[in-house]
Design a binder for this molecule. Structure first.
Ligand SMILES: *[C@@H]1O[C@H](CO)[C@@H](O)[C@H](O)[C@H]1NC(C)=O
Ligand SMILES: *[C@@H]1O[C@H](CO)[C@@H](O)[C@H](O)[C@H]1NC(C)=O
Ligand SMILES: *[C@@H]1O[C@H](CO)[C@@H](O)[C@H](O)[C@H]1NC(C)=O
Ligand SMILES: *[C@@H]1O[C@H](CO)[C@@H](O)[C@H](O)[C@H]1NC(C)=O
Ligand SMILES: *[C@@H]1O[C@H](CO)[C@@H](O)[C@H](O)[C@H]1NC(C)=O
Ligand SMILES: *[C@@H]1O[C@H](CO)[C@@H](O)[C@H](O)[C@H]1NC(C)=O
Ligand SMILES: *[C@@H]1O[C@H](CO)[C@@H](O)[C@H](O)[C@H]1NC(C)=O
Length: 700
């Protein structure tokens, strides 16, 4: 194949012939590049290797014979001077340099002087390092990577051969392709004439100007063929008519890109894409096509969010998704949503139990049932005069040995619980401290499940209970989308990202450490504190709904799937060796605890549905009042069907998540309630009832 460049033609205005067609030419240019790249890749027949060894030994012999075996041309240089001279003459693709001792020359200095020459841009340098060579210094490694790659000394011919072959098929080939691309870009950039790609017998494969397709017989063409492969970079420049011989800016830019590409530090997704690309090469067409679709999906950023069908999209679902899973349209307005600026640090007005043994008998009696899933949190709310979190917290934290773990007194724990509870807004219909107590209850229940207990450490349990307690503190009774739309101070502070969850966590820690009286962390050492804090933050942030599907899918893929393969007991014990898996379990646990309402006994489920609907109605009311976008229009108190909204919520967020969690933690009671409650909402919906109950039941 020959890439032909046309000489200027008389019947064509030469000026800007290329630029005026840039747009159509671009797609063609891409094709041309692909063709040229293939040509270059095929041209690699002989590779040149330079060995720089002060003294010949088993190691240099190893590489010598490896080159022989691979059919590479090999030179050996013994001094830095002769090495440089030889390299400037032959432009070897691979240099192997002895870096085992510095008696004869400093390998790094030699590499740097070679790197300082222009042809070295396309050369891979391999340094033979002693076995004791320290490579785990990230900065040094990154830095030296540009200079050379490392080869752990091994004089076996096989080892040397494998290394060279790998380099040839990896970096060297990419360097060739890159050089081809540089060449084409340079050519295109400087070219003011039409370009054609023809086969050897001048049949046009692709051309840049339709007007020229027919008459190439008159054309005077320059061959783009690399006659002397040793000097092809010069050949490439020769086709750039009117350009000087100096390397163009373009070439420099692409060369620096080449360096980035050859770095080993890459994101996991890059590795995955590379693996798939490699697999595609040798796959049957059907597999390769399937992998293409996989790659397409992998390149999107929203890997875990199901795409809602645009057709029969249920407005309840899309409102919930829009309201809970997006941060809304960012819109600054004068309508600043205000948080309670003064957090409630003083709690003297509260009636305070002195010790856990001191709680009123009616409360103590109620709390006896605290370990049951069917525990009625609303009764506790009533008998504690809206302080369910303090009482349940004292009981549950005691049961899990939290004061012992933290080495804190019960008085400190009590003061802390009171302070946290006081910072929940009693005026919220849903997100008040009863919700926090409910999530704490569910978390404690999950922690009691055999498999959960077996998988987690004591620190995880403590972190989970604290996270549940604080997870919605100072919640304003509005969603993240609302705060973003309203341009609230917090949304601005947290860049519209996980606004509430960030605030709950940050505020809880601020309040805790501010006052030694309620600082439950004051007696633990720094390392414990850091680990605990990290775990708490991770869990509270996991309650953010934009990441819902990500957390659930990761749990299913890392916990559920491997679980079905191994035996049960070895499995849970095994988990303790995998902190990442423990993290996924903790996230799933708090997520499920946070939205466990549809798995509670029917009466509790109905009460919760009423409260959340009321909170959303209030938000819609305020949005209308303030002229803000209404993020969840179905939650309009005049028109909303609560059963429909519950059904959508269960369908979209709950069913799969609890199936997965149940498969791990074994929760038949919850699943039974869930099925039961779902039936209740379905029944109401079929009867076109929009409220929590049938009218006949309303007096219950
Ligand atoms: C040297 O390389 C050979 C072949 O790859 C390998 O079997 C051998 O274990 C290596 N020796 C050392 C000491 O790493
Ligand atoms: C072909 O060249 C003529 C002038 O010679 C020009 O007017 C016409 O637009 C060109 N056609 C295309 C497709 O470029
Ligand atoms: C527990 O805290 C007290 C201070 O309140 C300290 O004196 C004691 O050493 C701590 N115990 C442990 C085991 O850290
Ligand atoms: C703080 O406590 C006062 C009563 O002392 C109450 O009116 C106010 O709403 C509370 N603030 C919060 C954020 O709960
Ligand atoms: C939570 O809100 C409900 C109204 O939905 C209210 O009856 C209850 O007293 C509140 N609980 C607390 C602890 O503030
Ligand atoms: C918000 O964005 C700004 C600018 O990108 C950044 O400096 C700041 O750290 C971000 N804040 C948070 C909380 O992410
Ligand atoms: C836990 O993590 C390890 C490594 O990250 C993984 O191999 C294993 O399959 C995971 N799941 C279970 C159930 O252990």
């Amino acid at each position: 194949m020959v890439l032909k460049e046309r000489a200027q033609q008389g019947n064509l205005s030469p000026a800007n012939m290329f630029t005026c067609r840039t747009i159509t030419a671009f797609s063609k240019a891409v094709n041309i590049i692909e063709v040229v790249v293939k040509i270059f890749a095929m041209r690699i027949t002989i590779l040149y290797v330079l060995l720089i060894f002060a003294k010949e030994d088993n190691q240099s012999d190893g590489f010598w014979w490896a080159c022989d075996k691979a059919g590479y041309r090999c030179n050996i240089a013994q001094t830095p001077e002769s090495a440089l001279e030889c390299f400037l003459d032959k432009h070897q693709e691979i240099i192997v340099i002895d870096h085992r001792n510095s008696r004869y020359f400093d390998a790094e200095d030699v590499c740097r002087s070679i790197r300082a020459t222009e042809p070295s841009e396309h050369t891979v340098i391999l340094a033979v390092v002693p076995r004791t060579y320290i490579t785990n210094l990230p900065f040094y490694f990154m830095h030296s990577w540009f200079v050379f790659q490392q080869f752990m000394e091994n004089n076996s011919i096989t080892a040397c051969y494998n290394e060279l072959i790998q380099i040839e098929h990896g970096e060297v080939r990419s360097q060739f392709k890159l050089r081809a691309c540089n060449a084409v870009f340079t050519a295109l950039e400087h070219c003011q004439e039409a370009i054609e790609i023809t086969s050897e017998d001048h049949v046009i494969q692709s051309h840049h100007d339709e007007n020229y397709s027919g008459d190439n017989s008159q054309s005077e063409s320059h061959s783009f063929k690399c006659k002397n492969r040793r000097k092809d970079s010069i050949d490439v420049k020769s086709i750039t008519s009117q350009s000087s011989d100096a390397p163009s800016l373009q070439t420099r830019q692409y060369s620096s890109m080449a360096r980035i590409h050859s770095m080993t530090i890459e994101a996991p997704i890059t590795k995955v894409i590379n693996i798939i690309n490699a697999a595609q090469e040798n796959s049957p067409i059907t597999v390769a096509e399937a992998l293409d679709r996989v790659l397409e999906i992998l390149r999107t950023t929203e890997l875990y969010s199901p795409q809602l069908g645009t057709k029969d999209e249920d407005p309840h679902t899309s409102d919930l998704v829009g309201g809970l899973m997006t941060d809304g349209l960012r819109r600054l307005s004068g309508n600043e949503y205000m948080f309670s600026k003064n957090t409630n640090l003083s709690h003297s007005h509260l009636s305070v139990p002195n010790t856990i043994n001191d709680v009123p008998p009616c409360i103590a009696q109620l709390l006896d049932n605290e370990e049951s899933w069917d525990f009625n949190i609303f009764e506790l709310e009533a008998v504690t005069n809206k302080r369910p979190l303090v009482y349940l917290g004292l009981k549950v934290f005691g049961r899990f040995g939290v004061p012992e773990f933290l080495n804190c007194s019960e008085a400190t724990l009590r003061a802390w619980l009171q302070m946290i509870e006081a910072n929940y807004h009693s005026s919220n219909a849903y997100h008040n401290s009863t919700h926090a107590a409910d999530v704490l209850h569910a978390t404690a229940f999950f922690l009691g499940k055999e498999r959960v207990k077996g998988s987690l450490d004591h620190l995880d349990e403590v972190a989970a209970l604290i996270a549940a307690t604080i997870h919605d503190v100072d919640h304003p009774g509005r969603t993240n989308s609302f705060l973003c739309n309203a341009g609230s101070e917090l949304a601005v502070l947290y860049n519209d990202t996980a606004v509430l969850e960030s605030h709950h966590t940050a505020l809880a820690f601020q309040l805790t450490v501010k006052d030694s009286k309620c600082n439950i962390f004051k007696n633990i050492d720094r390392n414990h504190y850091r680990t605990l804090r990290q775990a708490i933050i991770d869990m509270v942030l996991a309650t953010e709904m934009t990441k819902h599907f990500e957390h659930v899918n990761k749990f299913v893929n890392s916990i559920n799937k491997p679980m079905s393969e191994g035996s049960d007991c070895e499995y849970a014990a095994n988990m303790k060796n995998f902190p990442d898996n423990q993290t996924l379990i903790k996230r799933m646990m708090i997520k499920c605890a946070d939205v466990a309402n549809p798995c509670r006994p029917l009466e509790l489920c109905i009460e919760w549905a009423g409260r959340i609907s009321e909170e959303y109605f209030a938000q819609t009311d305020e949005e209308k009042r303030q002229g803000l976008p209404v993020v969840m229009p179905v939650f309009d108190r005049n028109t909303c069907s609560i059963p429909k909204s519950q059904i959508s919520f269960i369908d979209y967020f709950i069913t799969d998540m609890f199936d997965a969690w149940n498969a791990f933690a074994h929760l038949p009671v919850l699943m039974q309630h869930l099925a039961n409650n779902y039936k209740h909402w379905k029944m109401l919906d079929e009867l076109k009832c929009k409220s929590l109950r049938l009218p006949s039941e309303n007096n219950n």
